[in-house]
Design a protein around this ligand. Structure first.
Ligand code: PGA
Length: 258
């Protein structure tokens, strides 16, 4: 059975004090939660206060990005070993805001994925099509290229620590969530791709999660889909109450209960 995963991507939000407060709220509200893996992804500067506030809680800590080298002359960057040292266990790689706003490509993302795995971080690999690509009927081609190029040449050990987040770009931060049907279709397609790139057991074990305008109101329908193993949540993860409701719904429907 795949353990559901819920990630809270805080993006470039919250001061250190606000991050600590939100983390403390999650620690309190999600106390005793089983069978669901929950991680929050604060901005780099808020990782330490969030870690302190989450100490002893089951909620894990992630980073929104990392560099592909472990150290050196890379001004402004943060590496996998640095994140491990800060108590981080997960890293997002290839978020659409990094692909389309910062300009990262599939090659950069592949290198980052391998760097994260080298440091023992669990990777949330984000893929997804732009609105224009969807309207032209290119969703599957785009997603296939993103998944294939990111996983190309990875070992079974590297793949073991990878989750794929399907995040259609047109659904991120827009309030336009994908229909459960559409999301299921693409999740199923991604799982079959992994079957082709790796093998059946890897595909069956890999968690494929949905992201893009997830709320406490729409998570129930999404998580009911066979190939949707959780969610990466942006806006709704900035409020302890909304995020907790999302986690509890997933725990009730797919985990071992809240
Ligand atoms: P959103 O962001 O929930 O605010 O749409 C999701 C994401 O970017 O991971």
């Amino acid at each position: 059975m795949r353990v559901p995963f819920i990630g809270g991507n805080w993006k470039m939000n919250l001061t250190r004090a606000q991050a600590a407060e939100l983390a403390a709220g999650l620690r309190r509200d999600l106390n005793g939660l089983r069978q669901v893996e929950v991680a929050v992804f604060p901005a780099f500067l808020s990782i330490e206060p969030a870690r302190a506030a989450l100490d002893g809680s089951a909620v894990r800590l992630g980073a929104q990005d990392l560099h592909w080298e472990d150290q050196g002359a890379f001004t402004g960057e943060v590496s996998g070993p640095m994140l491990r040292d800060a108590g981080v266990g997960h890293a997002i790689v290839g978020h659409s805001e990094r692909r389309h706003v910062i300009g990262e490509n599939n090659e950069t993302i592949r290198k980052k994925l391998r760097a994260a795995r080298r440091s023992g971080l669990t990777v949330v690999l984000c893929v997804g099509e732009l609105l224009e690509e969807k309207s032209q009927g290119f969703t599957k081609e785009v997603v296939e290229k993103q998944v294939t190029q990111a996983l190309e040449g990875t070992s079974p050990q590297e793949r073991e620590g990878v989750l794929i987040a399907y995040e259609p770009v047109w659904a991120i931060g827009t309030g336009k969530v994908a229909t459960a049907d559409y999301a299921q279709k693409i999740h199923h397609f991604i799982r079959n791709l992994v079957r082709r790139i790796a093998d059946g057991p890897t595909a069956d074990a890999m968690r494929v999660i949905y992201g893009g305008s997830v709320t406490p109101e729409n998570i129930g329908e999404l998580i009911a889909q066979e190939d949707i193993d959780g969610a990466l949540v942006g806006g709704a993860s900035l409020k302890a109450d909304a995020f907790t409701r999302i986690v509890r719904t997933v725990a009730e429907r797919k985990g071992g209960g809240a």
